[in-house]
Design a protein around this ligand. Structure first.
Ligand code: FUC
Length: 767
């Protein structure tokens, strides 16, 4: 039987050989999404009920249905082009459908049906009884082996029968002009136990190759487009896919791909998995997946209840009653989704992570840079998943040089400069709101140049959390420096203040059009955050050049946060009272990016902190999914746990589907990631120069609780147990040997209860 009820806590032990070292992961399968019915076979069923698994290379949505099981595959470089919402733009498309038929396993005949997803192991499972036979299906996507692995079993010998058939969705003849945007050709061929799927997307010249391989003790019959399996007791299916996409600067400049054959890599992956076998592939998957998931966990009082209740019911009830188990699960789910969609060597997680069943995904599944893509990575450092940031760091590396021309266009358009000469050595870069794996746009329109600073904030976090100087020099410095170079050319002096000459607070409108101005809070705060990171980095690295010198000269004159007549942080310099300009309850909190994810507004600036509270209160708590998540992070920074819990309830009650995906609506994954970072911020903060324990713990969480493996700036890793809201045991490890400055409720923390504090830190402390 699968996990059920109170018996969920199951120790999982896996041993596998990793780089020649025997690695043993001991994790708890603590958080399970489970249902007593399959997902509906419709776009709504996919969006609200299907269960996502993924390995960064591709994502799979599991429906768990019968007699027709549907596995929908997404590969993040499968883009076409076309109309969506406001504009014509690139669009991620559904890569493939794998269809299975379990002949007469009609839904209404099945007994004891259960469908589940284990967050700590990344295993999705379905089980049921039919005519005295117990059937199981297990699914996972392995990052190390780059495959989807599926296993079906029947408890009675020879009782397993099924067929498997891939379906290429949304085929459209190649054409010229407009048709060429959607052109898609494909072919399925079967040979022996292999099914190959070849596709070609016209617009960006994407070549796709996928292979399905079937292993079974039953009888296999290969047909034209499908394979039939009969008289089996078990069957294992491996699938892999890939495209000719290459993450390199020229891909952005050509707006498309050079010819290339993804076939060999995919065939190798499948052949490798076949020779390793199901147990080996599974053990290596668990080792990899649990290794990441197990690094960090939270335990909330009362979370031992509700495990017997199906997740869809918990969600349906969550507007009326809170469930600590659901809150814990929601926290881990953000980590789960990141581990499943953003791994070294893959494209970053996009607006829908790596899951899309549409022909044209909402907002194209883009990398939207005026909040969304950054929010995807907000939980990455604090919840101990640093490696999951590599895809975005690599993406940004490839993108930056490609943006030099649009940086020049932008400066020219707004009469700014100086514009770098063609032969001038400059690492200048900038970013517009809308970025895809093949192209990007120019800043302006709905959002100003500050988007580059919102992006570089992630790299500042990377450095601050790791404390790694090499990483600072090699990965973060070019990001700070290049966008600082751009900002220096964007600002002009106005009465002693250096203000972004063109400026827009993301998506804010006045009288039906985007409101353009000079030096709004969003741009100034992000210019300030980047300048702060650049100057700190320059000190650490002992670097100085003309850009650094000029930023140093301007730094105190960015006026990034000004207080208005309502006591608010002004969104616009020309605003007097809160809400004078733009939408009063706008979803974006652009005047508060210096509160979160920034560091400008903190306990070190009490006046600004009080003003931030005014703005946040006026903005209100009703908004779209990701916008609630931003509010959650901000209220955590304000230390208001009750408000945070209210927002979590609001998100679970009104902006979360029963598969726990965040609803903008439609499904956008940013809200999931933002919720996870927000919950972490309630338990631990480190942005104000010290570590603060339980900074926003609500009354309902006060009882007996704990967290482990949350990370703090300076290379620290913190475990904490609390009782009645008071920390009773704290362990702080340090990778870099620094000394923690720990506080609780604003006061220096009583170190006598520090337990097992890292020896290096302790010995230094004693000297
Ligand atoms: C930003 C947001 C929208 C949406 C889109 C993808 O422009 O303002 O709400 O999330 O990105």
């Amino acid at each position: 039987m699968l996990n059920s009820g109170g018996a969920l806590r199951r120790a999982v032990e896996t041993a596998c050989v990793l780089f020649g070292v025997v690695y043993s992961a001991q994790g708890d399968v603590n958080h399970v999404l489970w249902y007593d019915r399959a997902a509906e076979n419709s776009i709504r069923g996919w969006e609200e009920q299907s269960l996502p698994i993924g390995n960064g290379w591709f994502g799979v949505s599991v429906f768990g249905s019968s007699p027709f099981e549907r596995l929908q595959i997404t590969e993040n470089s499968m883009l076409t082009y076309g109309n969506m919402y406001v504009r014509r733009q690139p669009n991620l498309t559904n890569a493939l459908e794998l269809k299975f038929e379990f002949f007469d396993h009609h839904g209404w005949l099945l007994k004891n049906y259960r469908r589940q997803l284990e967050l700590e192991t990344g295993l999705a499972r379905v089980e049921y009884d039919l005519r005295g036979v117990h059937y199981t299906r297990e699914y996972f996507t392995s990052y190390p082996d780059r495959v989807l692995a599926v296993r079906f079993t029947a408890s009675r010998k020879g009782a397993l029968e099924f067929s498997i058939e891939p379906e290429i969705p949304f085929l459209r003849a190649f054409g010229s002009g407009r048709e060429s945007q959607y052109g898609r050709e494909g072919m399925v061929t079967v040979r022996d136990r292999d099914i190959d799927i070849v596709q070609h997307l016209q617009h960006y010249n994407v070549r796709f190759f996928g292979r399905v391989h079937v292993e079974t003790d039953g009888v296999v019959e290969s047909m034209r487009h499908m394979i039939d399996v009969g008289r089996a007791t078990e069957a294992t299916i491996f699938f892999s896919c890939g495209t000719n996409y290459r993450l390199e600067t020229k891909t952005f400049l050509r707006k498309g791909l050079e010819d290339g054959d993804p076939g060999p890599r995919v065939r190798d992956a499948v052949a490798g998995a076949v020779s390793k076998g199901w147990p080996g592939v599974r053990a290596d998957h668990l080792c990899d997946f649990e290794g990441l998931m197990d690094r960090c966990a939270i335990s909330l009082p009362g979370a031992d209840r509700d495990r017997d209740i199906p997740t869809d019911r918990l969600i349906a009830e969550s507007a009326k009653r809170r469930s600590a188990y659901l809150e814990e699960t929601y926290f881990q789910y953000g980590r789960y989704l990141l581990v499943s969609s953003s791994r070294q060597g893959t494209l970053p997680a996009n607006l829908q992570g790596i899951w899309n069943a549409h022909e044209r995904s909402p907002w194209g599944s883009g990398y939207w840079h005026n909040i969304n893509i950054q929010m995807n990575y907000w939980p990455v450092f604090v919840t101990n998943l640093e490696e999951c940031f590599f895809p975005y760091a690599d993406f940004n590396d490839a993108l930056r040089p490609a943006t030099r021309d649009i940086a020049c266009d932008y400066l020219r358009k707004h009469g700014l400069g100086p514009i770098p000469q063609e032969d001038e050595k400059s690492d200048i870069w900038c970013v517009g709101a809308c970025v895809f794996p093949y192209e990007f746009n120019i800043p302006g329109g709905s959002s100003g140049p500050g988007m580059g600073g919102l992006t570089s904030r992630l790299f500042a976090d990377w450095w601050e959390f790791s404390g790694d100087k090499k990483l600072l020099r090699e990965r973060c410095w070019p990001v700070f420096h290049g966008v600082a170079d751009f900002f220096l050319r964007c600002v002009r002096e106005h009465d002693g203040k250096w203000l972004s000459e063109f400026s827009a607070s993301p998506e804010q409108m006045q009288n039906g059009s985007y409101y353009h101005t000079v030096g709004c809070a969003f741009d100034q705060q992000m210019i300030w955050e980047n300048a702060k990171a650049l100057l700190a980095a320059a000190d650490v690295l002992g670097t100085n050049d003309a850009v650094v010198a000029e930023v140093r000269r301007q730094f105190d004159h960015y006026a990034p946060a000004e207080i208005g007549e309502s006591g608010q942080i002004k969104e616009f310099r020309e605003e007097k009272r809160y809400g004078d300009i733009g939408e009063y309850h706008h979803r974006h909190l652009s005047q508060l990016v210096g509160l979160y994810p920034g560091t400008l507004i903190s306990s070190r600036t009490p006046d600004l902190l009080a003003a931030a509270k005014v703005s946040l209160t006026e903005r209100g708590d009703q908004s779209t999914g990701w916008a609630l998540a931003h509010r959650l992070n901000c209220w955590a920074r304000l230390g208001d746990g009750e408000h945070c819990l209210g927002l979590i309830r609001n998100m679970l009650g009104s902006r979360t589907y029963s598969n726990l995906w965040d609803a903008h609506p439609p499904f956008q994954i940013d809200g999931n990631f933002g919720a996870t970072s927000g919950i972490a911020e309630m338990l631990l903060q480190s942005h104000a120069g010290y570590i603060e324990l339980l900074p926003a713990l609500p009354e309902d969480w006060a009882g007996n609780g704990s967290f482990r493996g949350l990370r703090a700036r300076g290379g620290f890793e913190v475990d904490c147990e609390w009782r009645n809201g008071l920390p009773i045991r704290v362990r702080i490890g340090n990778r870099r040997g620094g000394l923690p400055d720990v506080r609780f409720r604003g006061k220096l923390f009583d170190r006598s209860i520090l337990d097992g504090c890292d020896r290096v830190a302790r010995s230094k402390e004693m000297k």
